[in-house]
Design a protein around this ligand. Structure first.
Ligand code: NAD
Length: 479
């Protein structure tokens, strides 16, 4: 068992208590992670607050540090990717790629220019708007893509001038603790503090008086609690929450081609991606052809331990999630649905669930109405396109959505009617730096990526220089 330590004020913190970390491919405990005490959290917050004083004013240093972070992550990518696979379950290539992409993320934000805005420059006044860092950011992250989600906050927060106290999910603490260890020599003390522990630690962070911002990625249920807790002293919140993304297939496509692509966008990371396809609306006439092709893909998918060669899908990450997906599918089948493939856990150790295509199912069943976050996909036939749009929108989720069509105008017209932060046309779950990532309705608050992330970690400071003389009254539009 390796030793993993928290990073507080640039050094390894003493491990006073531990939590178990389970490998989902075996169901066995394979490591222990520190369980942060309240005093240690206090120390981390105070260190981050102290470090903020000089960090915020030195963009050149921040850029150098971010390039150094990128290089350090690239050097450690293989080892970090392997540990990420052991605690998360996804295939090794995905674990390693996650670390490499995080290195790129540091470089992207290091290079990003944030222009100083001039909103008025005339004989009356010069009015400039400057983005100033919020201060300490409390970053609380989920288990599905641990390192990617962590660096998605840390890199833009650094660029903005903030310091960070970062907490991974108790199910996947190790690769994030490694992030702290790998960056200890390249990040000034206190700028990045990495702590781990059970769920209450997240609440202690949101209640803590030091942070001025909370960057939370996780479930809607917890996101609501975070929002309430952060409201007590008006911390800024960025909430990236769950989704139940619909994909609407129009009647002008080749069903086999579309099914081939859709399958990958639904079953990546065993369906444990916030913006994966989670409901598929298909024209009645195409239903059987699409289901048949999805079933071919599901049967061919190589499921196994992510460390093994050629594995395409790993287990579910943890026992509660495994039990939830098992229950959702069992409930659907009991209510009359057909599991065309899968429909049950795979035999043997670990939290493996067979890739499942569900038909004969509709709204009113939990696996359609809720976020399944697993490898089980309901296929929902429709007769009339407007009805499909209405059904796709009839939810409190509003993360992603997609439209599949060979007619760009028609696809666009449908896209504009979907109530989601993002609508993809002829693909799903594609995300780049320049693209704002937003959850509408209950799927989130605030936007992430590129300049949008910088806005999330900064306040606006308006500097108004009068040119009309100190005593001259100049009426303006808000008087
Ligand atoms: P979760 O809400 O259970 O946990 C997320 C984090 O919150 C964990 O670190 C947990 O320890 C912490 N936490 C638990 N209780 C807390 C509290 N009261 N206060 C503060 N923090 C607390 O979510 P999860 O099961 O780890 O992640 C899966 C969910 O995350 C899915 O719904 C998925 O869609 C969502 N997700 C969203 C995005 C996005 O960008 N929109 C990305 C990835 C995952």
């Amino acid at each position: 068992m390796g030793e993993y330590t928290m990073t507080i004020n640039g050094s390894a913190a003493e491990t006073l208590a531990t939590i178990d970390v389970v490998n989902p491919a075996t169901g066995q405990v394979f490591a222990k992670a520190p369980d942060c005490s309240r005093a240690q959290l206090d120390h981390a917050m105070k260190s981050a607050h102290k470090a903020f004083g000089s960090w915020k004013d030195d963009l050149a240093l921040r850029r150098d540090v971010m390039y150094a972070c990128a290089a350090a992550l690239e050097d450690a990518a293989e080892e970090m990717g392997r540990i990420a696979t052991m605690e998360q379950g996804f295939p090794l290539a995905m674990g390693v790629m996650g670390v490499r992409r995080s290195a790129e993320n540091f470089r992207y934000y290091a290079d990003l220019e944030t222009p100083r805005l001039v909103v008025q420059d005339d004989e009356n006044a010069l009015i400039e708007v400057v983005q100033v860092p919020l201060g300490v950011i409390a970053a609380i992250k989920p288990w599905n893509v641990p390192i990617g989600m962590a660096v998605n906050t840390v890199a833009p927060a650094f660029r903005a001038g903030c310091t960070v106290v970062l907490k991974p999910s108790p199910f996947t603490p190790l690769v994030t603790l490694m992030l702290g260890e790998v960056l200890r020599d390249v990040v000034p003390a206190g700028v990045l503090n990495v702590i781990s522990g059970a769920d209450p630690l997240g609440q202690w962070m949101t209640e803590h008086p030091v942070p001025r911002g909370v960057s939370f990625t996780g479930s809607i249920a917890t996101g609501k609690k975070v929002n309430v807790s952060a409201a007590s002293d008006l911390k800024r919140v960025l909430l990236e929450l769950g989704g139940n993304d619909p994909a609407i297939v129009l009647d002008d496509v080749d069903p086999v081609d579309v099914a081939d692509v859709l399958f990958g966008r639904a079953f990546m990371n065993a369906g444990q991606i916030c913006m994966a396809v989670k409901r598929v609306f298909v024209p009645e006439a195409m239903h059987d052809a699409i289901v048949a092709e999805l079933a071919v893909k599901a049967r061919a998918l190589k499921v196994g331990n992510g460390l093994d060669e050629g594995v395409e899908m790993g287990p579910l990450n943890n026992k509660p999630q495994f039990e939830r997906v098992s229950a959702l599918v069992a409930e659907a089948v009991e209510a009359g649905a057909t599991a065309v493939t899968g429909g049950a856990p795979l035999a043997g150790e670990g939290y493996f669930y067979a890739p499942t295509i569900l038909t004969g199912i509709a709204e009113g069943t939990r696996i359609v109405d809720e976020e399944q976050f697993g490898p089980a996909l309901p296929i929902l036939p429709y007769r009339d396109l407007n009805e499909a749009i209405e059904r796709a929108n009839a939810t409190t989720f509003g993360l992603g959505s997609s439209v599949w069509s060979n007619d760009p105008e028609r696809a666009h017209a449908v896209a504009e009617q979907l109530e989601a932060g993002t609508t993809w046309i002829n693909t799903h779950a594609m995300l780049g730096h320049v693209q704002p990532f937003v959850g509408r309705k209950w799927s989130g608050l605030g936007a992430e990526n590129g300049q949008y992330s910088i806005s999330a970690y900064t306040d606006l400071h308006t500097i108004y220089t009068s040119r009309a003389g100190a005593t001259t009254y100049v009426p303006n539009s808000t008087d």
